[in-house]
Structure formats: structure tokens, C-alpha cells
Design a binder for this molecule. Structure first.
Ligand SMILES: O=C(O)CCC(=O)C(=O)O
Length: 209
């Protein structure tokens, strides 16, 4: 697959390496929801992007919408709890997140969902991760982003309140925690700007989708 990623001027590192998680900064969103953010957690993120873009067995999905079947506007891959992840760095990232949040989360991050946004036409609509336990329980979803930044937007499920916007790419980490999947929803909107490709890796505990 051709990727056309314009690399970051700030991240020319060849070695793919995680930094410490001590720099995570928490924003309280209210209603028991929060996000933690760590820009540039991963150095060498462009190299990881290229590896994932070319080596992951990406699936193009189609979904029923009203009376039509439409293309899902992004490529997908999913790694369950027992599956080998497509790059050792992702295994390292999952372990580091599990260790860092052990007391607060009380269980490990186990699964990894990957989304590949090829250009600004790819997106994910407003949703919370509520297919599983996230519908009833507080939980965490940690997202590592590589490739060109795309905005992740969050807004209260109940309506009202400000929309929170975080541009994520080039090795940035965001963790959505507490009631965030129930009381807030998130999306990656389409962009009419000439944006490059981005891959997000979402680590979730067992039973959260
Ligand atoms: O790509 C992202 O950062 C968000 C992905 C997401 O929300 C999802 O796949 O449920």
C-alpha cells in the first residue's frame, strides 16, 4: 500500500522508542470523565507508521446504514487478547500502559484495535465505546497515534457543553478514562484540508469495545 506520509520535522528518529509516562497530563471533563494526554510519547513514530501501514492485514469493511450498505471510511484491524501484535513496540506500549494504570484500572489492557485513516475523507463518527462493559462501567481506552495529526473531538453525550478538540498524530497518546465512554462521545471528523494518513492504535481492557 502507498502511504504518502509527510514526516514530522520534529521526529526524524530512526529508532522507535517510548518515553516515560510521567508526563501525562489529566483534564477533568466532568461527570466522572477525564482524558490524559502525552504528546510525543513515541519517538520514531513515522517509522512505526510505515511499518504498520504496509505490514498490518488491513480490512476494508462495509456496513448497513438505513437501507444501504456503505463503505466504512477507514481501514481496520483487530488483535484480541491472545493475538501477537503487529510490532513489538505495541506490545511494549500495552505493557507500559497496564503498569502505569494498574491501581486505577485494576485490570490489564488486553486488546488492540487499529484504524488507518488514508486521507481527510476517512473518519469515525460520534460514538462512545459502549458495545461492551463501557456501556455500564467506568473503564479506560488508550489511543496511540502515528502518522499525520487528525483532530479527535469529544463532547458530552447529553448535549450542551463545549466540544474538546485534540490534534493527535506523530506518537501522541490520549487515554479516555472514568465514565468517558458513557457520558461523553468522541469522533475523528472528515477534513477538507490536505491531510496525510494517520493510524491510531486503541488499547482496551477485555470486554470493552
Ligand atoms: O482514531 C481514533 O483516534 C479514534 C478511534 C475510535 O474512536 C474507535 O475506533 O472507536
Amino acid at each position: 500500500m502507498t502511504t504518502h506520509l509527510q514526516g514530522s520535522l520534529f521526529d526524524q528518529a530512526d529508532e522507535v522508542r517510548l518515553g516515560p509516562l510521567g508526563g501525562l497530563r489529566r483534564t477533568d471533563l466532568g461527570a466522572g470523565a477525564w482524558i490524559d494526554l502525552l504528546p510525543g510519547w513515541l519517538s520514531g513514530a513515522d517509522a512505526l507508521f510505515e511499518r504498520l501501514a504496509t505490514e498490518v492485514p488491513w480490512r476494508a469493511e462495509r456496513r448497513a446504514m438505513y437501507d444501504q450498505v456503505v463503505d466504512v471510511p477507514r481501514l481496520l484491524a483487530f488483535y484480541g487478547a491472545g493475538d501477537a501484535l503487529p510490532h513489538p513496540l505495541l506490545t511494549e506500549a500495552r505493557s507500559a500502559l497496564t503498569a502505569h494504570y494498574a491501581d486505577e484500572l485494576g485490570e490489564p489492557f488486553t486488546t488492540a484495535g487499529l484504524c488507518h485513516y488514508r486521507d481527510g475523507r476517512d473518519s469515525v463518527a460520534w460514538h462512545g465505546d459502549r458495545i461492551g462493559r463501557g456501556a455500564r462501567q467506568d473503564t479506560m481506552v488508550a489511543i496511540l497515534s502515528v502518522g499525520a495529526p487528525r483532530d479527535l473531538l469529544l463532547r458530552p453525550t447529553a448535549g450542551g457543553g463545549d466540544t474538546v478538540r485534540r490534534p493527535l498524530g506523530h506518537g501522541d497518546l490520549i487515554v479516555m478514562g472514568g465514565s468517558c465512554q458513557r457520558t461523553w462521545e468522541h469522533c475523528v471528523p472528515k477534513s477538507t484540508r490536505a491531510v496525510g494518513p494517520r493510524i491510531s492504535v486503541q488499547f482496551r481492557p477485555h470486554g470493552v469495545r
